[in-house]
Design a protein around this ligand. Structure first.
Ligand code: NAD
Ligand code: ZN
Length: 261
């Protein structure tokens, strides 16, 4: 997380609130930054996950082929970390938005499942689209069967989990570097972005494609882009409004019925 968080600009908050109030359709695009205040490390910020591990050793099909045990150990650690965390104020406020308003789609790059947990708690009418999969999903590397939430802990590192149908190795059900996204999920996310009057982009470094390009579809359709991020990103220059703040500070203010509350 960024150390210096400037105060929220009241003018920018008012402008962003007006855009959201007037929107018929809203797409919310989130990255690792929205979960930082829940205690889930980001990849690229200070203390980010990639400072201690090399992405190409762990989050690629080649890395898994080379050393599946190391990759499973890393994912088991990340699962443990996420299980100790809970959705924060920003996840909850967005979940309530999808419960209270029609035409809101949450699209996340995160694999931590925190949006889905908040959505279930709020009784939201739609579930988030998880572009990069989920840390708790598993898939067979041979027959591609979805094996669901299979427990992997230090006791199973010696054997590693196997597919019940064909005996193939199971892998984490996430999208790795160099892999394609699920075309169905990407299609629905692209459509939601293209139809949206507002794209609210929260805590994404806007470097990982195709997720980073989704706000461009909203712009191309004449919609506005609101960015919430304590740091500038490649998207900042195209944003209609930028809120230079953490998600936990900005999102509840942006979505509260009474902004002064
Ligand atoms: P990233 O790690 O590349 O960037 C995080 C962004 O969040 C940065 O721009 C940073 O300035 C911003 N940020 C940091 N603290 C914030 C806060 N409190 N509020 C708002 N913004 C904050 O993340 P990315 O753009 O999502 O791309 C990395 C990829 O890695 C993703 O596609 C995702 O699949 C994966 N990832 C997921 C998780 C998770 O599931 N929580 C964690 C790390 C990485
Ligand atoms: Zn199989």
């Amino acid at each position: 997380m960024t150390d210096v968080v400037p105060d929220l600009d009241p003018g920018a908050i008012a402008q962003a609130r007006a855009l959201l109030a007037d929107a018929r359709r809203i797409v919310v695009l989130t990255g690792a930054g929205i979960s930082a205040e829940s205690g889930v490390p980001t990849f690229r910020g200070a203390g980010g996950l990639w400072k201690t591990f090399r992405a190409e050793d762990l989050a690629t099909p080649q890395g898994f082929a080379r050393d599946p045990r190391l990759v499973w150990e890393w994912y088991a650690w990340r699962r443990t970390l996420v299980l100790q965390c809970a959705p924060n104020l920003a996840h909850h406020a967005l979940a309530r938005l999808t419960r209270d308003r029609a035409g809101v789609t949450i699209v996340t790059q995160n694999v931590d499942g925190l949006h889905a947990r908040a959505a279930r708690e709020a009784g939201a009418r739609t579930m988030p689209l998880e572009l990069h999969g989920n840390l708790f999903a598993t898939r067979c590397i041979d027959c591609a069967r979805d094996a669901g939430d299979v427990q992997v802990d230090s006791a199973s590192f010696a054997t590693l989990p196997r597919c019940r149908a064909c005996g193939g190795l199971l892998r984490p059900g996430v999208v790795w570097f160099g892999e394609s996204l699920d075309p169905g999920v990407l299609g629905r996310a692209t459509e939601a972005a293209a139809l949206a009057d507002v794209a609210l982009v929260v805590g994404s470094s806007a470097l990982v494609h195709p997720a980073a390009g989704l706000a461009g579809h909203t712009r191309a359709g004449g919609g506005a882009v609101i960015e919430v991020n304590p740091d500038a990103t490649p998207l900042t220059g195209q944003a209609t409004v930028t809120l230079r703040a953490t998600a936990g500070a900005a999102i509840p203010r942006l979505l509260a019925a009474d902004p002064s509350a």
